[in-house]
Ligand binder design. Structure first.
Ligand code: AMP
Length: 274
């Protein structure tokens, strides 16, 4: 695996890779969820690129940027082992010189749910992914269903801006008790770790209740009863998969989405309804 840490090194390496080129952007602290994306890219592409970059633009002041888990060496070993050809691992200074001032804004879809709780978060995500796509120029971008709103927003950006990259969405990898794998799971205390799968159970209860014809408010109430007392719910809802507008009856494609805090750790999860 070759590693680029500056934009010019990246261009030199990416420009000569054979095609199709699959690309997996990450913030590192890699787990099996990330590696599922890499494996899918490896199976479907001639060349595979990955990035590890903890993007300061998508963290608000007071969020966990400084303590976000980092494991540069472990990440490199895992990506090399999984068959990545080129890793792009830039510093913040390489991505954002002092006079960097452009941002990419996808409008209302970025202002609801995660966007309402974390104002500006998705603008940071779309800006960095737009820049990464211009550096890597992949044929296929591999994204996780785990971050369903992010995936819908990036799909919108790519469509609206005619970026010549297609998206492949990879299902969520879970621990054996149902907890969606996440780099932030490392923050959980043993008690919080035990409580955390209840978010997944709540989503399952909502989906089941909706599928058996109960009203959305009944279904959400059924979901809430499955949450562990340690869980502080930010939202639990059923949304259209493309617009992220709440919907009252299941009309696929849709998601049951949820976010909850366990102590100081916020976890997200969702279930696809088709
Ligand atoms: P992150 O490092 O959290 O920015 O995630 C990088 C990519 O990995 C995103 O496309 C995520 O949606 C995806 N991802 C994160 N967790 C999982 C998971 N448990 N299963 C599948 N994909 C995931």
């Amino acid at each position: 695996m070759q590693v680029a840490s500056t934009i010019s090194q990246a261009h030199a390496l990416f420009d000569v890779l054979p095609r199709p080129l699959g690309f997996v952007p990450t913030m590192g602290a890699l787990h099996e969820g990330h590696l599922a994306l890499v494996r899918r890219a490896r199976a479907e592409s001639v060349a595979v690129a990955a990035s590890v970059f903890v993007n300061p633009l998508q963290f608000a002041p007071g969020e966990d940027l400084a303590r976000y888990p980092r494991d540069a060496e472990g990440d490199r070993a895992k990506l090399a082992q999984a068959g990545v050809d080129v890793l792009f691992a830039p510093s913040p200074a390489a991505m954002y010189p002092p006079d960097f001032s452009t941002s990419v804004d996808t409008g209302a879809i970025a202002d609801v749910f995660e966007g309402a709780i974390r104002p500006g978060h998705f603008r940071g995500v779309t800006t960095v992914v737009c820049k990464l796509l211009n550096v890597v120029r992949p044929d296929v971008l591999y994204l996780g269903q785990k971050d369903a709103q992010q995936t819908a927003i990036l799909r919108r950006m790519i469509r609206d801006l005619e970026i010549p990259t297609s998206i492949t969405v990879v299902p969520t990898e879970r621990e054996s008790d149902g907890l969606a794998m996440s780099s932030r799971n490392a923050y959980l205390s043993p008690e919080e770790r035990e409580a955390a799968p209840s978010l997944h159970h709540a989503l399952q209860a909502v989906r089941l209740a909706m599928a058996s014809g109960r009203s959305k408010s009944d279904a959400i109430a059924a979901g809430r009863t499955r949450l562990h007392p340690l869980a502080q719910l930010d939202y639990l809802d059923v949304v259209d998969a493309n617009s992220f507008n709440p919907i009252d009856t299941i009309s696929p494609p849709a998601f049951v989405i949820g976010a909850a805090r366990f102590g100081t750790t916020r976890l997200l999860d969702n279930l696809w309804i088709e």
